[in-house]
Design a protein around this ligand. Sequence first.
Ligand SMILES: *[C@@H]1O[C@H](CO)[C@@H](O)[C@H](O)[C@H]1NC(C)=O
Ligand SMILES: *[C@@H]1O[C@H](CO)[C@@H](O)[C@H](O)[C@H]1NC(C)=O
Ligand SMILES: *[C@@H]1O[C@H](CO)[C@@H](O)[C@H](O)[C@H]1NC(C)=O
Ligand SMILES: *[C@@H]1O[C@H](CO)[C@@H](O)[C@H](O)[C@H]1NC(C)=O
Ligand SMILES: *[C@@H]1O[C@H](CO)[C@@H](O)[C@H](O)[C@H]1NC(C)=O
Ligand SMILES: *[C@@H]1O[C@H](CO)[C@@H](O)[C@H](O)[C@H]1NC(C)=O
Ligand SMILES: CC(=O)N[C@H]1CO[C@H](CO)[C@@H](O)[C@@H]1O
Length: 902
Amino acid sequence: MLVLCGAWLLGAVLWLHTPNQQEHKPPLPGPGQTPGPKVQTSANDTAASFRTETCSLIPEAWRFDCYPERGVVVTRELCEARNCCFIPASTAFSSASRPSGKNGIPWCFYPSEFPSYSLVSLNDTLLGQKATLMKEVKTYYPGDILTIEVEMRYETDKRLLNHKFFSIKITDPSSSRFEVPISVPTVTNKTESPDYIIELSKQPFGLVVKRRSTGAVLLNTTVAPLFYADQFLQFSTSLPTQFIYGLGEHRSTFLHDVHWNTLTMWARDVPPTEQTNLYGAHPFYLAMEDGGNAHGFFLLNSNAMDVALQPTPALTWRTIGGILDFYIFLGPDPGSVVQQYVDVVGYPAMPVYWALGYHLCRWGYYTSNSTWEVVKSMRNYGIPQDVQWNDIDYMDKFMDFTYESKKFDTLPELVRDLHAHNQRYVMILDPGISSTQPEGSYWPFDEGVKRGSPGSAVWNPVDSVWPGLTAYPDFSDEVTHEWWYDNLQMFHDKVAFDGLWIDMNEPSNFLDGSTSGCPTNNLENPPYTPGVLGGLLRAKTLCATAQQKQSIHYNMHSLYGLMEAKASARPFVISRSTFPSQGMYSGHWLGDNRSQWKDLYTSIAGMLTFNLLGIPLVGADVCGFSEETQEELCVRWTQLGAFYPFTRNHNAISMKPQDPTAFSPLARTAMKEALLLRYSLFPVLYTLFHHAHVHGHTVARPIMFEFPKDVKAYGIDKQFMWGKSLLVTPVLDPGVVYVDGYFPEGLWYDYYTGDCVTSKGEELQLNAPLDKINLHLREGSIIPTQAPNLTLWVSTGQPLHLVSALSQDGSASGDLFWDDGETIDTYETNQYAYIIFSIAQVLTFIYFVEYSNLPCVLSNHIEASYITVESASFYGVTEKPSRVLVNSQDAPFTYRNNQVRF
Ligand SMILES: *[C@@H]1O[C@H](CO)[C@@H](O)[C@H](O)[C@H]1NC(C)=O
Ligand SMILES: *[C@@H]1O[C@H](CO)[C@@H](O)[C@H](O)[C@H]1NC(C)=O
Ligand SMILES: *[C@@H]1O[C@H](CO)[C@@H](O)[C@H](O)[C@H]1NC(C)=O
Ligand SMILES: *[C@@H]1O[C@H](CO)[C@@H](O)[C@H](O)[C@H]1NC(C)=O
Ligand SMILES: *[C@@H]1O[C@H](CO)[C@@H](O)[C@H](O)[C@H]1NC(C)=O
Ligand SMILES: *[C@@H]1O[C@H](CO)[C@@H](O)[C@H](O)[C@H]1NC(C)=O
Ligand SMILES: CC(=O)N[C@H]1CO[C@H](CO)[C@@H](O)[C@@H]1O
C-alpha cells in the first residue's frame, strides 16, 4: 500500500522520550560522549603550498570526497580547515550543488598524506591475526577514537566453503559499540591454504587482499584514510572492476553505475525512485573480475550509510554508527559468492507450495463481496489463482486485527470458500497500532500497554489527541513477539488467514518523528547525515532517539522489517522492509511501483538483485500499482510476472480493475496462458527453491551467473534465467511483436516448439506476438513439468512430463525435489524425494532415460506423494533412434521434427 494518503491514515508517535542511558547497554554512538578536540590545522600551515601542488597530481577519478556533507557550500576555507585538497573540478557538480546520488567529482578531497591510523602491533590468534591501530591526532568528527583493534579471521567452513571467505572486525577496545543482532556462523578453525593473500601496510594502515590464483587486487584500503569516530566510520577501497551488483534497495539497473554514484541505505517508505534510499538496506556487493572470477563483500552494519562509487573504480563505505565488521567471499564464480554470503546471513526458507501460485490483490475492493466476485470470476474463466489478498480496506478504521463488520461482513465466509477450493487468503498488517480508541475497546493496544514495562516496553504511547495516532510495537523485544502472536491467534479464530503481508515496516510514519517532537541531540542531528531522503533520519519515521529493547532506533531502524518478519514467522510472509537474513523469514515485493513500461523493465533488476541478496521469493506488483494500467502493458507484465519467483497482481485504490478478468477476451486469454505456463513449470520452480533453501542458490538469476566468462552478459537485465536451464526473454516495450534477446554461446531450444538455435554469443530477434513470452531451454537440460490447473493443489497431483534439450553430445540431465508442499523442514527431517533425471545417447541411436523415483514419506497431499513420470519429449534428436530405454525398459515412442516423445 501507498504512503501519503490523506487524513485517515495511521499516524505517528511511539515510545520516545530521550533515551535513558541507564536503561540500555551502551549503544553507540550515544549522546553525552565528549567530542574530541577538532584538529585546528590552519590553511596556511607550512604544508599548504606544497599540498596544492601534490593535490593537483591526484587524478580526478582518484579523488576521495573529504566533504560529503550535503547542503553546505564547500569553500576553500572549509575544505582546508579539514586539511584537505581543494580543486574545483572542471566538469560535473561541485559538492555544494550535489544532488543526492550522482554527485560528481569532489572539489574537496583527501591529500595522500592525510593523517590516518598506523599499525602498532600485530599478533597471531587462533583464527587469524589481531592488530592494534593508533593515530596521533583527532580529526574533525567528534568522538574520534585514537586506538582501534582489527581482528582478522581466516575462516574455514566445512559445510561447503573451504577457504573461501574471511572476516575482519574493527572495534574500539575501550568501549562496547552497537553490533547488529543477527547470528552469523561461529567458526572454529583457521584456514591453512586460503584462496587469498592478505598484505597489511603499516603507515598509514591499509589492507590489501589479492586473489591467489590471479593476483587480482580485490581490496586495497590504502587509497583513502580510515575514519573511526563515534558517529562517522569510513573506509574506501579500490575495486578491480567496474562490474558491481547488489547494494540494495535501490531502483537502478542491475549493474551499478560507478560514475560518482552514491547509494544511501536507511529503510524508507517511498515509491521507488532513482537515487533514493528505499524500503530495505543491504550492504553487500558482488563484483565480476577480469576472466570471469567473482568476489563479494558484506559490511554487517545497520546504521544509516552511504556507499559511494567512483570511476577509479573505487568504493567508499560511510556509516554513522556501529562497528566495521566485514566479510569477503572469494567465489570464484558468482553463484558461489551468493552461496558464501547466504551461508553467513542465513539460508532462505523453503516456501509453502501455494506461495508459488498466482496471487491477486488490490487496494480498494471496498467489500468482501466484491473481493469474492473477482475470485469467482477467475474460476469461471478458468484462470489459475492460488491466493486472494486484501489491503487495508478490510480493516475497521484501519486498525490491525479487526475487520470492517458491515462492508466485509462475509469475509469469514469468503475465506472458507477459498479453502473449499484449495485456495488461500492473505491480508495486510501495518505495524502502527491505534493508540486512541476508548479504553477497553481495542485489545491489541490495551494489552500491549499492559504487557509493556519500563525497559521491556512493547511501546510507550505518547499522546492520544488525534484519531490517527498510533504506537509502534518494538519487535526487538521477545515480549512483543508473544503479544503479536496472541493477536494473530485471536484474529485467526475469526478469519482463518493463511499468510501475512507486512507492510509499512520501515517503519513508515506520516509525521517526522512524533507528535511531541524529538529531542535535540547528536542522534537526531548527527555530525554527518548520509544522503537520506528528507535530510533527517526521522523523516517519515520514528525519532532516532526512540528507545527499543535492544538499542536505540538510531541503530535499529533498518532492522524493523526483519524483526517484524521474525515475529510473524512462517508459513508465508511478504515484507516490504528487508535486511540481510530476511530470506529466512519472508519474501519481498518491490514496493509501490507505477503502471508504466519503465517499471516493467526495472522490476527485472529488482528481482535479480534480491536473488543475489538471499531473498529469492520476490516480485513486483504485476501490471503496476499506482496509476492506471493499460491492457497491453498488463498482458506483458503478467507474462513477465509468470516468471517472478513471487507473482502478485496488485492495484491501487480508485484505479480501474486490473485482474485478468477485467480485460478483453484476447488479453484475458494471453494472461491465462502465461499463468498456465507458470503452473506447468511448478516442479522446476519448487526444485529451484529447494536449492536456494539448502545450498543458497539463486532462483531467478542473471545470465552471467551461468556464463561468468561472457562479458557481453554482464550488463543484461532485460532477460534472466530460472536456474541453469530456462532463459526468459520478455517484451518490455509497447506496440512490438518482436524482441531482441542475447543468447550465450551454445544450443538453445524454443521451449514451445523444440526448434533449435545455435548461438556464438549473439543477439537474436525473436517473434513475440502479444500472446507469447519467449522461453528457451539450454542444451543439456531436463525439466519436469505438469499439466497445469486452476490451483497448484490440483496440478501438483498430475504426473510429470519431462522436457529434455539434448546437448551436442546427446546428453542431458535435470532434477526434482518433491515433498507434500506444506510440512515445514521436510528436507531437514528427511521427508522428501529427490530425483535426478539423465539421458545418455549410447551407440548412435539408443537413448537411455534413467530416473530414480522415490516415494514421498508424507502423505497429507495424497496426489503429490505418488508422483510419476508419464511422458517425455527430447528436443534435438537429429535421426530417428532405434530404441528408447526408460529405466532399462524399452518404451514405445514417436519421432517427428527432430523430437522423440514417449
Ligand atoms: C591564509 O590563507 C587565506 C586563504 O586561505 C588567505 O586569505 C590569508 O591571507 C592567509 N594568511 C596568511 C597569514 O598567509
Ligand atoms: C601483541 O603482543 C604484544 C606482546 O607480544 C602485546 O604487547 C600487544 O598488546 C599484543 N597486541 C594485541 C592486539 O593483542
Ligand atoms: C578444526 O580442527 C580440529 C583439530 O584439528 C578438527 O578436529 C576439526 O574437525 C576442525 N573443524 C573444522 C570445522 O574444520
Ligand atoms: C594500494 O593502493 C595504494 C594507494 O593508491 C598504492 O600505492 C598501492 O600500490 C596499492 N597496492 C596494490 C597491491 O595495488
Ligand atoms: C454480501 O453478500 C451477502 C450474501 O449475498 C449479503 O447477505 C450481504 O448483505 C452482502 N454484503 C454487503 C455489504 O453487501
Ligand atoms: C483441470 O483439470 C480438470 C480435470 O482434469 C480439467 O477438466 C480441466 O480442463 C483442467 N483445467 C485447466 C485450466 O486446465
Ligand atoms: C517494476 C519496478 O519498477 N520495480 C521496481 C520497484 O521498486 C524496486 C525497489 O523497491 C526496484 O528495485 C524495482 O525495480
